[in-house]
Write a protein that binds this ligand. Structure first.
Ligand code: CU
Length: 376
């Protein structure tokens, strides 16, 4: 077929119908825009073409180079300090969540967890909700605090395997970590909301400390939300507990991998009160204790994100062992109290004012467009 013959009549018809003054005017406008674009480096054309809101645009960017989430002790000192600085930055900038008590962007995440706790624990979407929660936190560190790296994780089973006290873990380093234990409180008996959990687990004795963290980059770190449902200005506390070590062994992590259904996996990972004794999720919280042992306000300790990133990695490792079936496997009740249904891939994960809701389906595969990270 002769292409020229097909195009020629269209062009000539156009030039016959459009008056010359309109062609002149259009080229003048286009020329001005082009000049602005090239001289000022101003994205005139993209501004005119891009009608998407900023948030949606940044979220729909294709995942070409996923952020590699690494274990804390494998980061070099420079990377560790950059991450710590980004968390401190989030703690300086003002809240946007409109959630009660939240003063800073860091508080926003604590406050969202507090109001969501009863809806997102001991349910089928426990792992997907926390995966999205970490994703929104990591995005805030990057977009609002200029963080270039990936959210690190804390593999506490390495500390248990070392045979050393947990307080000697690199995550508790005073310079290249999150600081050490809380100040000693005489007769410390475990933090708010924690005693009944410990009792139902056959009473694991509490650790030491219990007061404010007094050293490292988060010494006297002030929180506005928590403990529990309270809205109080208080310091971040810790009570590192070596009695949790038997619940955090490498063998226990390995024992999760052969479980064949998501239903067994999620229950075995999350722990009490659905299980009778502690599992890696709740034992990890209670090993740091203080703020981290608080069911509601645990994200007040920056270590929350490293602990949950490791739980998220364990889930992803489990999926990869039988990818084609496990990447679609989701189950569990939608609410703790009846009436409840079983969650499906269409179930929505609510992030309040912090980010748009996404479905469980959108967070099942790692890395994908939305999450854009992977684990090392
Ligand atoms: Cu949680």
């Amino acid at each position: 077929m002769d292409i020229k013959q097909n195009i020629a009549p269209v062009t000539s018809t156009l030039s016959r119908r459009v008056p010359p003054w309109l062609i002149f005017l259009s080229s003048a406008i286009c020329g001005t825009l082009l000049a602005l674009h090239t001289i000022m480096g101003f994205p005139v054309f993209s501004m005119l073409l891009n009608r998407q809101p900023v948030f949606a645009a940044s979220e729909s960017t294709l995942c070409t180079t996923p952020a590699v989430r690494q274990e804390w002790r494998t980061l070099n000192n420079h990377q560790k300090l950059e991450y710590i600085a980004a968390v401190q930055c989030l703690h300086r900038i003002p809240s946007i969540s409109h959630l009660q008590g939240a003063k800073t962007r860091f508080d926003d995440f604590v406050a969202l967890h507090v109001v969501s706790t009863d809806a997102v624990h001991n349910v089928g979407h426990f792992l997907p909700w926390h995966r999205r929660f970490l994703n929104v936190y990591e995005t805030a560190l990057r977009n609002e605090c200029g963080f270039k790296g990936a959210l690190p994780y804390w593999d506490w089973s390495l500390d248990v395997a070392s045979g050393r006290p947990l307080a000697e873990s690199p995550v508790f380093d005073r310079v290249f970590g999150f600081g050490g234990n809380g100040a000693d409180i005489d007769g410390y008996e475990g933090s708010f909301g924690n005693k009944s959990m410990l009792a139902s687990a056959g009473w694991v004795a509490p650790g030491s400390g219990g007061g404010c963290v007094t050293d490292g980059p988060f010494a006297q770190f002030m929180l506005s939300v928590g403990p529990g449902y309270d809205i109080t200005d208080h310091c971040m506390t810790r009570a590192i507990n070596d009695n949790m070590q038997p619940f955090l062994t490498p063998a226990l992590v390995a024992a999760l991998m052969p479980l064949t259904t998501f239903e067994e996996f999620r229950i075995e990972l999350e722990g009490t009160p659905v299980t009778e004794t502690l599992r890696v999720h709740d034992a990890g919280h209670n090993a740091v204790d203080g703020e981290m042992g608080d069911r509601y306000s645990s994200p007040g300790d920056p270590l929350f994100y490293l602990h949950h990133a490791f739980l998220d990695k364990i889930w992803w490792d489990w999926v990869q062992m039988d990818y084609s079936s496990r990447v679609k496997d989701i189950s569990g009740r939608s609410t703790v109290n009846p009436p409840h249904v079983d969650v499906t891939l269409d179930f929505e994960l609510d992030m309040g004012m912090l980010a748009p809701p996404v479905t469980i389906r959108e967070v099942m595969d790692v890395p994908n467009q939305l999450l854009c990270h992977t684990y090392e």
